[in-house]
Design a protein around this ligand. Structure first.
Ligand code: CAA
Length: 380
């Protein structure tokens, strides 16, 4: 196996790193504090091609591979995990599904503006009673001539306030259980569409999370993705790719923690020398670096398999499980290395801890990743 990044990957890494340093770092703390959506920054990410990284160029995307996406996600999330999740949802949960399963008309109408960053997307699967238990969908879509009438509520929708297009999973035939679930593209301005109050969150506070309500929305039948009954499989396949995105976000948070701990330990003196010269600190840094490297390799592996068109559900689940655990652990250790300074807002590490926790929850909790991995093992 070749562990060297190629020239394109190195260029993506450099561009993302510079963008994060110049455009995200100066305002990330303020946006976190005031819960401000990064409108300007997301627009610029679109201009760089980072909102539709894996979309073919003919549909306005950057035409890059999944490893490039992982690399960019790590660099962005290392500095601002809120921007990381906004980017991940647009790339993995919206653009990827449309690229793979959208009609030509859907690609022209929805994918092109999403991939160029002119429009933003969201993915609405979760409901008040359908989080981990995703087949338990209550949102309905009833055929009426050339339209479907959607009714229901979706919960925890990232980008829900700012999204222009939302992929909505709904029951078209409840008698068929998960085989009666379908996927639709809903547009923000459609009559009957509304969102709830922004959730007040522990972390990723500059990304927006809301519930969405569909009250007799008339959605043209052309907005269905795939056939009737394809929606659950579509959601599961989409989430496989999404888990690579969240693993990369977690990887970025973890690396940000290690970088902060390394820097601080070289500057902070105790017992007459920098604390980086104390073995207890050195061992913490070594453990963090080793866990991060394992997370990176797992995430790259899932990305490479996806790119090769091979099955990758198990590897994506492993990458997300390990990277998210590593992010939380590294954030806690980074705070410990900083001591009291880590517990207050002067240094970034308390934000990293608040941001890290969600990576163990969304796009499939760690418990769900255990289910996916163990089922794959037993099936093998
Ligand atoms: N690819 C294709 N098909 C799949 C699949 C996959 N990865 N996983 C499951 N399926 C199919 C199964 O083959 C099965 O189809 P058949 O009956 O035809 O064989 C069907 O889907 C149902 O699968 P299961 O019987 O395995 O269903 P289950 O009820 O046992 O649940 C689960 C499976 C893995 C637990 C699933 O419900 C799951 O992944 N839950 C977590 C949902 C999740 O990740 N939510 C995150 C919300 S999105 C979010 O957070 C976005 C955000 O804004 C950041």
């Amino acid at each position: 196996m070749n562990f060297e990044l190629n020239e394109t990957h190195r260029m993506i890494q450099e561009t993302a790193r510079q963008f994060a340093h110049e455009e995200l770092a100066p305002s990330a703390d303020e946006r976190d504090e005031k819960e401000l959506f990064p409108h300007e920054q997301i627009k610029k990410l679109g201009e760089l091609g980072f909102m539709g990284m894996m979309v073919p160029e003919e549909y306005g995307g950057a035409g890059l591979d999944t490893v490039s996406y992982v690399i960019a996600m790590e660099e962005i999330s290392k500095v601002d995990a809120s921007c990381g999740v906004i980017m991940s949802v647009n790339n993995s949960l919206v653009c990827y599904g449309l690229t793979k399963h959208g009609t030509e008309e859907q690609k022209k109408k929805f994918l092109v503006p999403l991939a160029t960053g002119k429009k933003l997307g969201a993915f609405a699967l979760s409901e008040p009673e359908a989080g981990s238990d995703a087949t338990n969908q209550h949102t309905t879509a009833v055929r009426d001539g050339d339209h479907y009438i959607l009714n229901g509520i979706k919960n925890w929708i990232t980008n829900g306030v700012n999204a222009d297009y939302i992929i909505v999973i709904a029951q078209t035939d409840p008698s068929k259980g998960h085989k009666g679930i379908s996927a639709f593209i809903v547009e923000k301005g459609m009559p009957g569409f509304s969102h709830g109050k922004k959730e007040r969150k522990l972390g990723i506070r500059s990304s927006d999370t809301v519930s969405l309500t569909f009250d007799n929305i008339r959605v043209p039948k052309e907005n269905m993705i795939g056939e009737e009954g394809f929606g659950f499989k579509f959601a599961m396949m989409t989430l496989e790719g999404g888990r690579i995105g969240i693993a990369s976000q977690a990887l970025g948070i973890a690396q940000g923690c290690l970088d902060a701990a390394l820097n601080y330990s070289k500057q902070r003196k105790a017992f007459g020398k920098p604390i980086s010269e104390l073995q207890i600190i050195q061992f913490k840094l070594a453990d963090m670096a080793t866990d991060i490297e394992a997370a990176r390799l797992l995430t790259y592996q899932a990305a490479i398999l996806k790119e090769a068109g091979l099955p990758y559900a198990k590897q994506a689940a492993m990458a997300k499980l390990w990277a998210s655990k590593t992010a939380v652990k590294c954030a806690l250790e980074a705070i410990q290395v900083h001591g009291g300074y880590g517990y207050v807002r002067e240094y970034n590490v308390e934000r990293y801890l608040r941001d890290a926790k969600i990576t163990e929850i969304y796009e499939g909790t760690s418990e769900i990743q255990h289910i996916v991995i163990s089922r794959a093992l037993l099936k093998d």
